[in-house]
Design a protein around this ligand. Structure first.
Ligand code: AMP
Ligand code: MG
Length: 429
């Protein structure tokens, strides 16, 4: 059984090995995104989970309310319930107080003419009443309640079914469940929901220089940080992660990592070894075991980004540089993963148009993603500053930033004071 439905099972390599490393052409970012869209389908399998375990999962079907909301006509205020037609048109009228209706503890019996019942917010409206007067607006003397004119029949009352009729749609297929949905579904008594199966994502780092935490750093070696950022970003998307560790720069090792990853996962993400160096076997392996979608994209950072398919799995070969890993993940991999998970394309994270206080050097011809800080000046003007260094190995530039500045392909150098497109991390991650 195919685990994924593709729009069409069309060849990824069209033309074969398009954009491979000896191709001087760089693929524009927008084309790369369109191609990912074209070739990535949606998981079809689903499972039922307890509502308490559903946070972060994606709904596999529409949900309809089994009940009316509110379930009963109730008071919107602390006050007194009357038959609205008995309230005075002018002057004052006095009513006899019969008792109290609490939220969850209704008043038993009918309220006869000339009488009233004290009602708390959320209390069921006693039979014979349809209008609530706020407690601050009556005069209370013993069991007599005096009301003046100026009230509207039906005021301060929430009608049964006013928010939702039974059968009304409350959440659509493809909706990711956030805390608001947990509360909404709980309020309707929905205890179990059908959600898409979790996406299984295998990831590994490549590089002879990489050491895992706890290992000794010999001269020339570095700690593998990419697996930490990648698994962190994957956890945020509520995926099932298969961590295959560090793979040495050896053809056989890379091939067997590819094969194992594709066997076990829906998506395979590697980092490093994706450029044109002697020891960069990722592209070669993708070409040998799978199909190459595109290879080099006109972006900075992150130019060598591989996309393709190995058996049934979608493959992303990210660059090695830690910042490039994060940029390419958020800009290219995350949209693909969301699509695979069946998350309805929500409005893309809105780009803000903000005044830039830094000078950003750039040549037209590629999209650039600057790490930056969005803030407000003393007079309230939103502004953005570049975080300083641009080196794609400097992970602290991501850590210091709270947004990307997106500079389009056509854009040249940006002078301070110009407006730029800003993509806040908030909502994106
Ligand atoms: P590569 O694409 O393999 O040539 O790697 C580009 C740069 O990123 C090199 O400086 C690598 O040492 C570095 N790099 C690659 N993989 C990782 C990793 N997992 N963690 C930290 N740095 C890495
Ligand atoms: Mg390498």
């Amino acid at each position: 059984m195919r685990r994924v439905t593709a729009p069409e099972d069309r060849e990824l390599s069209d033309p074969p090995l398009l954009g491979c490393y000896d191709d001087p052409e760089l693929l524009p970012a927008a084309k790369a995104l369109a191609r990912i869209d074209e070739h990535v389908g949606t998981l079809t399998e689903s499972e039922e989970v307890e509502l308490r375990d559903a946070l972060g999962r994606v709904l596999a079907c529409d949900l309809r309310s089994p009940i009316a909301v509110p379930g009963h006509t109730n008071s919107a205020m602390d006050g007194y319930a009357f038959a609205g037609s008995e309230l005075p048109g002018e002057g004052t009228r006095s009513f006899r107080l019969l008792g109290t209706a609490w939220a969850g503890k209704p008043f038993a019996g009918e309220v006869p003419s000339g009488c009233t019942v004290r009602v708390m917010t959320g209390a069921m409206m006693p039979a014979g009443t349809d209008t609530v007067v706020m407690q601050e607006q009556v005069e209370c003397t013993g069991d007599r309640i005096a009301v003046t004119s100026g009230h509207r029949i039906g005021q301060n009352v929430r009608e049964a079914g006013e928010d939702l009729e039974p059968g009304a749609r409350v959440a659509s297929e493809g909706k990711r469940i956030h805390p608001a949905e947990l509360g909404l579904l709980a309020s309707l008594g929905i205890a179990r929901v059908r959600v898409r199966r979790r996406l299984r994502v295998a990831t590994f780092s490549t590089g002879d220089e990489l050491r895992s935490l706890g290992e000794r750093l010999d001269p020339g070696t570095i700690y593998d940080s990419n697996r930490y950022t990648i698994t962190g970003m994957l956890r945020r998307l509520d995926t099932e992660i298969i961590d295959l560790g560090v793979i040495r720069d050896q053809r056989a090792a890379i091939r067997s990592a590819f094969a194992e990853a594709a066997e076990r996962a829906d998506v395979v993400i590697s980092s490093g070894g994706a450029s044109t160096g002697e020891a960069d076997y990722v592209r070669e392996t993708l070409g040998a075991l799978g199909r190459v979608g595109f290879w080099r994209i006109a972006i900075r950072p992150g130019r060598p980004l591989a996309f393709g398919r190995v058996r049934d799995a979608v493959f992303f070969g990210l660059p090695g540089n830690p910042v490039a890993v994060m940029v390419t993940f958020y800009q290219f991999v995350q949209p693909a993963l969301l699509r695979l998970m069946g998350q309805r394309p929500v409005e893309a994270t809105p780009l803000l148009r903000v005044t830039c206080r830094s000078r950003l050097r750039k040549k037209p011809g590629r999209v650039e993603y600057y790490r930056a800080l969005l803030s407000r000046e003393a007079d309230g003007t939103p502004v953005v500053h570049h975080t300083g260094k641009t080196g794609s190995g400097l992970l602290h530039t991501m850590s210091d930033a709270n947004c990307f500045i997106l500079l389009s392909e056509e854009s040249g150098t940006v002078e301070p004071g110009a407006e730029v497109d800003v993509q806040p991390f908030f909502g994106l991650v």
